[in-house]
Design a protein around this ligand. Structure first.
Ligand code: ADP
Ligand code: ASP
Ligand code: MG
Length: 809
């Protein structure tokens, strides 16, 4: 014999209730079917009562809609005939009673708790009649005749002994299908209708299962089983195959609504397995809750949470070593009916924190302040205060026991994502670690933990990409092409959650379709700095990286805020790393303090591994003595192209046309770009220099940089003749020009140099870059890094590499 419980959603619609019929009728052995009210009806019954009591006549239309819902259900699922006529008669009789009750409430404007219990009982009474008529060979029983409660601590508690006896008597003879309304009961003394608490149909089913020693208790609901987390919050949650009774208890007691907590104990006591199944997907395996589990289960089974948390802290130096303080705290709370669900006390005994529901917080403070009034007056104990608006999260699993590193992983993950833990508790049973966070961080908290404990097959990195020009555009294309492979081979999911151009910005925490991002960008609304900052920080999404592919000062000014919100920054933009040394230092320190990254490898030499190499040398104890570098692809192109036919002014124009130079080529010609790069290299090499410290030896007179861009184009040909003369001499001497950045013993300079054919810079082709690093270890033969130093695709690839290195944290 088995018990099958169908929840509100399972009996809530025509389609679902037909599925219930199929599922039950497929059973061969006798079954007891416990049903909830039609989904949403219990809430609506209560809401309507509140309206009527308030004198709001709109209660009538609420009532009518409930009546119509039941009537329409009957019309659509029960075939015409005498059975249907009898059902309609019973349903109308119940609805008439209910209507009279509401009218009474409307007139009296008063509702007792007993009346409220009466009102809500109609939900299950109505639904059980419909299901009873729908299923072949079914007989309906009235749970009020055997589920008996008594009043204790202002609550209706089941009298198990009496109920067990009555259940045994009621089901001495088992029909093929017995249909029982869940949730409702009656008082053993007064006979008045009562109930077992919201969600209580599960409990009705468990109690019957235990008494009749059912082979299994099946709970049919609207999800594929007990999931790793609430699927309404975590879209990637999945059904857990099996749970122990303890694990199920820990999880459902703590917010996993799928099973009503008191349900577990009766089943556990009689060792009856509980199977959670999906009415809408009966083929899914579901979750089995039982005593013996297979060996290979994970240490963490699930995560649950309670959003509604306040933390009461009793604190004071006078508490240390005093016996009986905790006794007084808990006695006082218990006497005032305040339930405590988390306790944390430091071993110094100087403070005890207690988690309660927000509604209980003020009362808790009041009664504790009264209890400790004397100690507060003398200063031994501080005034008791409550911190409201918090949330409690628990990770649960019996295999956590004796497995080191779970708490480390948990708190490490939270820390890296900027989530502050306000209090935490782990009992010696080691089946549950609970902790309290600010409620506004709950969603992110659940996501990061779920991601790190359950989806460890792949890690998610959430990217905001700012700038969709040549570099940003290439990056997005590279991500689009690599994504599948990274997911399959590296277990890394790159989720682009924001894209911004100078004009538009689009944000979507579920990920932006990269095949269509330009279109989505246009529909995403206007882009401006404030919005960018608000959206990126406001999304508060875990494992996030802001990628700056612009050259904008404004965008660079946002980094500090982002890092402070635990968002890593990857910049192709050189502005921040070459800004005031103090600012550069602060950004690096902020990143370190927050456990995130600030990376800008592409600031020098595009995709060439220069900054990383310098860091690796220094981290391993080397010292950078000298850096000589050609790091301007533009200038190198100019000096490689200049010839007797192509004059200086022509090469500048050509560099611009080919996209090698900045839109205003003077930024390259003035050495500004090279100076920035040199400053960045020097700083990474351990020399705290500013741009002004770099000695400039320019090859174009200063006055050409002072006027407008048009003036510049007009005046630059005047330099051609002189340059040509110098060039001819250079050719005769078999030398070449290179614009060299140099750092020597902390002194930085940029200058146009003539190199002979034995110099390593002599053969530097096209727009390539070269860097020579002379260090204590690489002294006689400096280390040389050479290759493409400019271009959208190599720069984007460098940015991509920075992003990948964040994934490897
Ligand atoms: P029923 O009406 O069948 O009793 P409930 O609404 O009481 O259904 O419980 C099922 C719901 O519980 C699911 O739809 C889901 O939103 C919620 N839920 C919360 N946590 C979990 C979890 N860990 N696993 C499964 N469902 C959960
Ligand atoms: N109908 C009741 C409720 O909504 C009981 C249940 O569904 O289990 O709380
Ligand atoms: Mg339920």
């Amino acid at each position: 014999m088995k018990i099958m419980k169908f929840g509100g959603t399972s009996v809530g619609s025509v389609d679902s209730i037909k599925k219930v019929k199929q599922i039950v009728e497929a059973e061969r052995e006798p079954v007891i079917v416990v049903v909830s009210a039609l989904g949403g009806i219990t809430d609506q019954l209560i809401r309507t009562a509140v309206m009527a009591t308030r004198g709001d006549i709109a209660y009538e239309s609420e009532f009518n809609s409930m009546a119509r819902r039941h009537e329409e259900m009957i019309q659509q699922v029960i075939p015409s005939g005498s059975k249907k006529r009898m059902l309609e008669k019973s349903i109308h009789a119940l609805l008439d009673e209910l209507k009279d009750i509401y009218q009474g409430l409307y007139l009296l404007k008063d509702i007792s708790s007993n009346m409220e219990d009466t009102v809500v009982s109609y939900g299950e009474r109505l639904s059980s009649l419909i299901v009873g008529a729908l299923i072949e060979e079914a007989e309906v029983f009235d749970a009020r005749s055997f589920m008996k409660t008594e009043r204790k601590h202002n609550k209706h508690l089941l009298d198990s002994e009496l109920s067990n006896q009555l259940i045994r008597e009621t089901f001495r003879e088992l029909p093929k299908v017995s249909v029982v309304p869940g949730f409702i009961s009656s008082d053993k003394n007064t006979g008045r209708v009562t109930n077992l608490g919201r969600g209580g149909s599960d409990y009705t089913a468990a109690v019957i299962a235990a008494v009749l020693e059912a082979s299994v208790l099946e709970i049919w609901t609207d999800v594929d089983g007990f999931m790793t987390a609430d699927p309404k919050v975590i879209s990637t949650a999945y059904a857990i195959e099996e749970l122990s009774y303890v694990e199920a208890m820990e999880l459902c007691n703590f917010g996993a609504k799928v099973v009503y907590p008191p349900t577990i104990y009766p089943a556990f006591h009689e060792n009856i397995p509980i199977l959670i199944k999906n009415t809408f997907n009966p083929k899914a395996q579901g979750t089995i809750i039982r005593a013996q589990l297979s060996d290979n289960t994970k240490p963490i089974k699930g995560i649950s949470s309670i959003n509604d948390t306040a933390l009461i802290t009793v604190q004071g130096l006078g508490m240390v070593g005093v016996i009986g303080v905790n006794h007084r705290i808990f006695r006082t709370l218990a006497q005032n009916g305040i339930s405590v669900f988390l306790v944390s006390q430091a071993s110094s005994e100087n403070s005890t924190s207690i988690g309660v529901r927000n509604v209980d917080a003020d009362l808790a403070c009041e009664v504790l302040n009264a209890e400790f009034a004397k100690e507060i007056a003398t200063g031994e104990i501080n005034n008791v205060v409550a911190e409201k608006g918090l949330a409690t999260v628990a990770i649960v699993g019996e295999n956590m026991k004796h497995t080191p590193g779970i708490a480390g992983k948990l708190f490490g993950t939270l820390g890296r994502n900027g989530i502050n833990v306000i209090a935490c508790a782990q009992g010696a049973s080691e089946t549950n670690i609970s902790f309290v966070v600010d409620a506004t961080w709950l969603r992110k908290t659940l996501n990061v933990i779920h991601d790190s404990f359950f989806l460890s097959e792949y890690q998610v990195l959430n990217l905001f990409i700012c700038g969709v020009g040549t570099v940003g555009g290439s990056l997005i294309e590279q991500i689009r092409q690599q994504r599948e492979k990274l997911m399959m081979e590296r277990g890394l999911k790159l989720n682009v959650v924001g894209v911004a151009s100078g004009h538009y910005a689009v944000f979507d925490r579920d990920g932006i379709d990269l095949n269509n991002y330009r279109e989505l960008l246009k529909q995403g609304g206007e882009s401006n700095l404030d919005r960018l900052k608000e959206e990126v920080i406001g999304m508060n999404i875990f494992n996030s990286v802001f990628v700056d592919c612009t050259a904008s000062d404004d965008v660079a000014s946002l980094y500090k805020d982002f890092l402070n919100h635990n968002i890593s920054v990857v910049a192709a933009n050189k502005v921040a790393a070459s800004s005031q040394y103090e600012n550069y230092k602060e950004l690096k320190q902020t990143a370190r303090r927050r456990g995130v990254k600030f990376l800008f490898e592409t600031n020098v030499g595009a995709g060439l591994p220069i900054i990383n190499t310098i860091n690796d040398l220094i981290n391993s104890g080397d010292k950078i003595l000298r850096i000589e570098a050609v790091v301007s692809g533009t200038l190198n192109f100019i000096f490689n192209t200049i010839s007797d036919e192509i004059k200086l002014s022509d090469t500048i124009r050509l560099a611009k046309e080919k996209g090698y130079s900045e839109p205003d080529p003077r930024i390259d010609l003035s050495g500004k770009d090279v100076i920035r790069k040199l400053v960045i290299l020097a700083r990474e090499a351990g020399y705290p220099i500013e741009q002004d410290d770099v000695e400039k030896n320019l090859f174009i007179p200063q006055e050409l940089f002072e006027g407008s861009l048009d003036d510049f184009w007009a005046k630059v040909p005047a330099l051609d003749a002189d340059f040509e003369e110098r060039r001819q001499r250079l050719v005769a001497e078999n030398k070449r020009w290179r614009f060299v950045a140099r750092l020597d013993e902390g002194k930085a300079s940029v200058s146009l140099q003539e190199v002979n054919q034995w110099h390593p810079f002599y053969n530097l082709e096209g727009s390539n870059n070269i860097i020579l690093l002379t260090t204590e270890r690489y002294k006689e033969y400096p280390m040389m890094i050479q290759g493409y130093g400019a271009g959208a695709s190599v720069t984007a690839a460098g940015v991509f590499a920075d992003i990948m290195s964040i994934a490897n944290i």
